[in-house]
Structure formats: C-alpha cells, structure tokens
Design a protein around this ligand. Structure first.
Ligand SMILES: *[C@@H]1O[C@H](CO)[C@@H](O)[C@H](O)[C@H]1NC(C)=O
Ligand SMILES: *[C@@H]1O[C@H](CO)[C@@H](O)[C@H](O)[C@H]1NC(C)=O
Ligand SMILES: *[C@@H]1O[C@H](CO)[C@@H](O)[C@H](O)[C@H]1NC(C)=O
Ligand SMILES: *[C@@H]1O[C@H](CO)[C@@H](O)[C@H](O)[C@H]1NC(C)=O
Ligand SMILES: *[C@@H]1O[C@H](CO)[C@@H](O)[C@H](O)[C@H]1NC(C)=O
Length: 322
C-alpha cells in the first residue's frame, strides 16, 4: 500500500522531463527552421512565421537550402567548427598530416573558391574549382589570373563484399538516381559508371558551356558524395547514405577522387616535396606500364592518401583494368 503512491512521486521528475521534451519537440516541429541540405548552418526567422534564413558557419553567407552548398563554404564551415574545439589536444608542431586538401579557404561572393588561396602566413597557391592546389606554393606576389575549371571528376571506390556481383545496369541506374535525387545533379553530367567487381568508377563531366545557371556543380556533388560515403553526411536529419541495388545493400568504401582541369596544372618538379614526386612518378610509371591495379590498391590499403590528384594530364583511360 505504501508503495503505491510512492512510485508516481518518484517518477515525477522523469514525467516532467518527458513533458518538457514533448513541448520542445512540438515547438521545433512547428518552427522547423533548419537547412535540409547543410547542417553546418545557423538558421533563424526574423519573426515568427517569417522567412527561414540559414547562414553558413564561419562566413555568415546565406545559403540556399533547396540546393547544395558550395564546397568552399562547406570547407570553411568545417574549419571554423574545428577551431572551436577547446576541449581537444593540439597536435605537436612536428606532427605530419596530409592536410593539403583540408584548409581554411577564401570563398568569393558566390561561395566559390577564389583562384588564389593563402594560409594565414604569406604562403599562397592557385586552386581549381574544386579547391585543389594546382600550382607550386609561392609568396604573396603569386598571381592566379583565373579560377581554372575542373571539368572531369573520376570517383573510384570499392563496395564491401556481397554474395553475388551486382548487375552492372542496375548498379548504373541506382547510382545515377542517387546523383539526381540526393545531389540534385542533372543526369547529363554523370558521364559513365564503370564496374568490375568490387570496383566502381563514376565519371562526372561538366564544362563551363554545359552548366546552366542554377545547375549543381560536379565539384559540389562529388564532395557531398565523398562526405556521405565517409559517414560524415552534410545533409541535416536525412539519415546517412543508404543505397541498395535490387534489395541488396550497396556499402561503399571511402573513394579515391581524381580531378582533371580544363588546363594542365603548373607544378615545377624540383619544388615538389619528395612524397609528392614519388606519387607522381608512380602514377606516371603505372600508366605507362599499365599496372595501375597494383598501385591503386596499395594506396587504398595503406589508407594513407585520402585523395590523390593526378598531376599529369594524360587522358584518363576509359576502362581501366581495375
Ligand atoms: C517544416 O515541415 C513541414 C512538414 O514537415 C514542411 O512542409 C515545411 O516545408 C518545413 N519547413 C521548413 C522551413 O523546413
Ligand atoms: C535555390 O535553389 C533552387 C534549386 O536550384 C532554385 O530553384 C531557387 O531559385 C534557388 N533560390 C534562390 C533564392 O536562389
Ligand atoms: C602556411 O604554410 C606554410 C607552408 O606550407 C607552413 O609552414 C605554415 O605553417 C602555414 N601556416 C599556417 C598558419 O597554416
Ligand atoms: C541486368 O539486369 C537487366 C534487367 O534489369 C537484364 O536485362 C540484364 O541482362 C542483366 N545483366 C546481367 C549481366 O545479368
Ligand atoms: C563541352 O562538352 C561538350 C560535350 O562533351 C563538347 O562538345 C564541348 O566541346 C565542350 N566545350 C568545351 C569548351 O570544352
């Protein structure tokens, strides 16, 4: 008897909490001012019922939540979120990290990469439209007269083992649907999907004359895809990437991405670091000798290079023997 009324009394705080959560949840549902395509934003309405405005972290740039946010703004937001990590340790000055692809970029008024990027010191370099360095590093006198467009992107990845290989045409259709529906990329820019189990290659092509105003850029679609595959989705509350081909889940491993620009990159061999030279030499040798299989799988296994840029402008083979 004495226990009867005791129970509800003890669980009162819990009930109150639940009630509060429910009320808060409802308020959020009524005022769901969030950015579906970019969770690294701060959204607000000037007044209740007013327009929901979302601004990218780190820049205050207003983003369009019906479309993808540019890679430049996403990188910037990522770096600004990283800076605020006060509870974290700072790696030693001597620690080496391959952060060539991850820096705090300068974006122009449209959110695109500025052709010239500098770090906080006086070191500058030129980048292409995906923000990848395409010249040697120089000082502040370095000039980059235009933003060179990356018009061809090759995404190369493997899927996890499955009992049977996927049917190529079904896989092709599924990946094209993914790029159209999730990344809003018009289908004409997905040039090809190659498949030789377990390697999948997706080729995106888009030159300046083909791209209409408002079209998603292949640079941004590829970046959203890369983050999705790595389990770091940029989309807000949409769940991770879930692709299946005829009911069979397609689980993808982190991709290698190759970028080809409309103009050849400008590196002087002698000023490259030895590591980079080794990579380039290996790529060149591999292409010449036709042993790309070995080299690429080794890179992937070592997991050391998250991104590899092809510095040579040799035509990508349409059907590499991967
Ligand atoms: C809020 O949610 C409703 C229904 O889920 C949806 O129709 C509406 O577009 C959402 N508004 C915003 C700003 O996301
Ligand atoms: C946002 O993007 C969508 C889809 O590309 C486009 O239709 C719309 O006009 C854009 N809105 C603004 C304000 O630019
Ligand atoms: C800028 O780049 C140079 C050379 O890569 C490096 O030595 C320096 O530490 C960098 N500075 C910052 C603030 O990242
Ligand atoms: C793949 O599936 C399509 C129908 O979805 C079929 O026409 C085609 O023959 C299949 N290909 C193979 C290699 O099984
Ligand atoms: C753009 O691509 C189309 C189709 O691939 C091609 O016909 C055209 O010549 C290209 N334009 C430029 C400037 O490269």
């Amino acid at each position: 008897m004495a226990r009867g009324p005791g129970l509800p009394l003890r669980s009162l705080p819990l009930l109150l909490l639940l009630l509060l959560a429910a009320v808060a949840g409802q308020a959020a549902a009524q005022d769901n001012c969030t950015c579906a395509t970019n969770k690294m934003t701060i959204c607000s309405r000037e007044r209740p019922g007013g327009r929901c405005q979302c601004r990218a972290l780190g820049t205050n740039f207003e983003v369009n939540c019906s479309s993808l946010t540019s890679k430049c703004l996403l990188l910037k937001a990522r770096m600004s979120a990283r800076k605020s990590g006060r509870a974290l340790v700072r790696p030693s000055e001597q620690a080496i990290v391959d952060n060539d692809g991850l820096y705090d970029p300068d974006c122009d008024h449209q959110g695109r990469f500025k052709a010239r990027q500098c770090n906080q010191t006086s070191v500058c370099w030129c980048v292409n439209s995906v923000g990848v360095r395409r010249t040697d590093k120089g000082d502040q006198s370095l000039l980059c007269d235009e933003l060179v467009r990356t018009h061809h992107i090759l995404i190369d990845l493997r899927h996890r083992p499955t009992d049977r290989a996927f049917n190529h045409s079904d896989l092709d259709a599924e990946l094209r649907r993914l790029f159209r529906e999730r990344y809003l990329l018009p289908p004409r820019f997905v040039a090809a999907v190659h498949y030789e189990p377990p390697t999948i290659q997706i080729e995106l092509r888009q030159n300046a004359s083909q791209k209409a105003p408002g079209d998603v850029d292949i640079a941004d679609a590829a970046y959203y895809f890369e983050r999705d595959v790595k389990g770091e989705s940029v989309f807000a509350g949409r769940g991770g990437l879930a692709v299946s081909v005829r009911g069979e889940p397609l689980l993808m491993e982190p991709p290698l991405i190759y970028y080809l620009d409309e103009k050849p990159p400008q590196f002087s061999m002698k000023r490259l670091t030895s590591g980079l030279v080794a990579v380039i030499v290996v790529v060149v040798l591999a292409l010449v000798a036709g042993v790309a299989v070995l080299v690429v799988t080794n890179w992937r296994r070592s997991g050391k290079y998250r991104k590899v840029e092809i510095k040579e402008m040799g035509e990508l083979r349409r059907e590499p023997s991967l």
